[in-house]
Write a protein that binds this ligand. Structure first.
Ligand code: FUL
Length: 506
């Protein structure tokens, strides 16, 4: 070529002029309430471990009455490193410990109470489970969280205004000595104390105390403000599950919204208060020799109905009387982790080679895009990169497919060079911009060339995993039918669960 420079210049000018026709469209504005940074980080933890441990571990009760002698708490081989190593290996990102259950016994030397480890002969009154567990969590890089029951069957002041001050100082003691706390778990239970009286809880005082000492900590209660109870202890979020909730006029405990409202949340709710799904691996919350952990199949079902339905799974694994997680439970957790890995390690959607969308933000006539060894072909302007469909497969959390503001129904289709077989469809909305989708369906192109609907559902949220019958497809179409504002999706994935394939949406 005689004039390579001129040639290069012409191509460059052509490329620039094409681009100039297409200005980068502004990203969608957030819609409705959105998560705080701490709430987003929390949601991305997906699975945390709950540990119920205390006098009940030794008496076999689910609820103590506060009269247990302190010496009853005597774990002979307590080793929180064993808990954290198991939690880490099982895929949990944090641990929440019952520092004080309804019996009032404190697993740390709380100066506000005489019903604590410091008054027991365990380690000559020098033991401190919060210290040991918070250190172990830091070593394994796990979040450390604290459950403290405001209901206290031991505190003599319970049922008087004085108790709210005692409880505030109890919180201060637990939240100021053990480093960063990612979640403060408030049980809403409120019963009679040793003086036969019920307590009027000062929730604003309790919440402010937590926020002053641990700004980043999410406060769990029936109504948040950080995250909410899912309304049942069976491990099930709603098939429709909004991370939004109206809390005006409600309080934790008896004054909470109806349980089914907590399960589903409120469409157009006023506050971002995502669902936390607490459930025990065993029939009870505390360890008992006579009880056994749930099967892997039950745990998978719980996973699909919690993480797979826009919830965070808080799975209780209670340490035994030695102060260790029982072998049976740790084995079950490893089997559970292996099952999750076998399903979720291969995303079949990544095999797609042609993708198309009905709409792309800032693009007049969206085309088809080819993917080949990491390259995308068919892109003509910057908006197709910024808001295009391949963002659904790129594995980056902050890139997404979205459409013009006026569009509230849109679809994406992925075609495969060879047919794919799957029975799980994972979708994720980009929640930093709010939860938007309220109705969608999924279609496949069967090997016979017919389009067939395989699922019709409502919300997506941070993550939705659909349990569909095992199907073989040449193409998959995700159709957003209704959205409160233009849909913003950051992931579509397809998986095959061969072992628990008979689990279905219910
Ligand atoms: C409930 C308590 O009464 C149970 O004992 C358990 O701690 C559960 C997580 O919360 O309200």
């Amino acid at each position: 070529m005689k004039h390579p420079f001129i040639c290069f210049l012409l191509i460059f000018l052509l490329a620039v002029s094409c681009q100039q026709n297409d200005k980068l469209a502004v990203p969608p504005a957030p819609y409705g309430p959105v998560p705080t940074e701490a709430q987003l980080k929390w949601q991305q933890m997906e699975m945390n471990m709950f540990c119920h441990f205390g006098p009940n571990t030794f008496t076999g009760n689910e609820w103590g009455d506060g009269t247990e002698i302190e010496d009853i708490f005597n774990p002979t081989q307590l080793d929180c490193r064993q808990w954290t190593q198991i939690a880490k290996a099982a895929g949990f990102k944090g641990i929440i410990l019952t520092a004080k259950h309804h019996d009032g016994f404190c697993l740390w030397p709380n100066p506000e109470s005489e019903h604590t480890v410091a008054h027991s002969s365990w380690r000559n009154g020098k033991g401190d489970v919060l210290k040991e567990l918070s250190d172990a969590c830091r070593q394994e890089e796990l979040g450390f969280g604290i459950y403290i029951s405001p209901w206290d069957l031991n505190a003599p002041t319970y049922g008087t205004p004085e108790y709210n001050g005692v409880f505030k100082r109890t919180l201060e003691s637990a939240l100021s000595q053990y480093g960063e706390v990612f979640e403060q778990w408030f049980d809403g239970a409120c019963g009679e104390g040793p003086n036969g009286k019920r307590q009027e809880y000062d929730w604003p005082l309790f919440n402010n105390t937590v926020h002053q000492l641990q700004t980043q900590a999410l406060i769990f209660s029936d109504v948040g403000p950080g995250c909410r109870w899912v309304g049942n202890e069976e491990g099930r979020a709603g098939r429709t599950c909004w991370s939004l909730l109206n809390t005006d006029g409600f309080t934790p405990g008896a004054g909470a919204p109806p349980q089914d409202t907590l399960t589903v949340g409120n469409r157009n709710g006023k506050h971002w208060i995502p669902a936390e799904v607490d459930v025990s691996i065993r029939p009870g919350w505390f360890y008992r020799d006579s009880e056994h952990p749930k099967s892997v199949k039950e745990l998978m079902h719980i996973y699909y109905q919690s993480v797979g339905r826009n919830g965070l799974l808080l799975l209780n694994v209670p340490p035994d009387q030695r102060g260790l997680i029982a072998r049976e439970d740790s084995m079950r957790l490893m089997q559970f982790a292996a099952a999750l890995k076998s399903v979720f390690s291969e995303d079949l959607a990544r095999k797609a080679y042609i993708m198309a969308a009905s709409n792309i933000r800032g693009v007049k006539y969206p085309s088809h895009y080819w993917m080949e060894r990491g390259f995308v072909h068919g892109v003509r302007n910057i908006n197709e990169y910024e808001y295009g469909v391949f963002n659904l497969l790129d594995g980056h959390y902050d890139t997404y497919w979205t459409v013009d503001d006026s569009v509230t129904s849109a679809s994406v289709v992925m075609s495969f060079p060879e047919q794919v077989t799957f029975n799980r469809v994972m979708l994720q909305e980009y929640i930093p911009l709010g939860q938007r989708v309220s109705k969608f369906h999924i279609k496949i192109l069967t090997p016979d060339g017919e389009w067939k609907t395989i699922a019709t559902e409502t919300t997506i949220g941070y993550k939705r995993i659909l349990l569909v019958p095992m199907c073989t497809a040449k193409a998959v179409r995700i159709c957003i039918d209704e959205s409160l504002a233009c849909p913003v999706l950051n992931r579509v994935a397809l998986f095959k669960d061969e072992v628990y394939s008979n689990l279905a949406e219910e």
